[in-house]
Write a protein that binds this ligand. Sequence first.
Ligand code: C5P
Length: 234
Amino acid sequence: MSSGLMVALDMDESEEAVQLAAEIGPSVAALKVGSQLFTRYGPELVHRITGSGGCVFLDLKYHDIPNTVAKAVKGAAEMGVSWLTVHASGGAEMIRAAREAAGDARILAVTVLTSLDKQAISQIGWDGEVRDQVVNLAAMAREAGADGIVCSALEVKHLRSVLDDRCVLVTPGIRPAGASIDDQARVATPESAVADGADYLVVGRPIVNAPDRKEAVRLILEEMKLGDVHRERD
Ligand code: C5P
């Protein structure tokens, strides 16, 4: 399987998001609607994107009691989204409830946010290595039924060695060489993330803030192809 690009539509204006979705939708694996857009425009925006053929990844990172998450996931699935996220730290029962409610939508469990570095993680009270934390959360989430895991590209290689082959690995924190890392901490280039075994890369600002967004998508897809050649996963 070759890798796919998921573009984070992190912007304030719905018209701009719908237009970008229409322009790049056919060449990418999914259009990610996160809390920035969804809080302003809600299900109507999701319907506009799916209505024009776009595949939507609803990234609201649910983290609540199992019953509440299940009800929210059911609502998301009814909107026609293809992917959605929960926080793995919500626990196995919550993830199980999400999977049961998701129907055809795929559940991705977020392990440790890619914006957190070692110091930030110890401030939350998580001791030890980031990688161990990611592995524990990922293994528990997969066991509880998550279809895939969201992690940093720096952790992909190791996760591949502990998780089954069918588990989808999705990596944000992607920066083409030389791009600003913004608030991300654990970053990698598109080529190395793919070569290490990521299935889908999530990219926001390097595309959204580019002077020519379509060209930025094209260049990232080119870089990903280079990684596909060295990919350790078929
Ligand atoms: O702009 P940038 O490429 O950093 O955007 C990354 C996107 O991925 C954002 O929409 C962010 O919410 C999301 N994300 C992340 N780290 C995670 C999970 C999701 O950065 N662990």
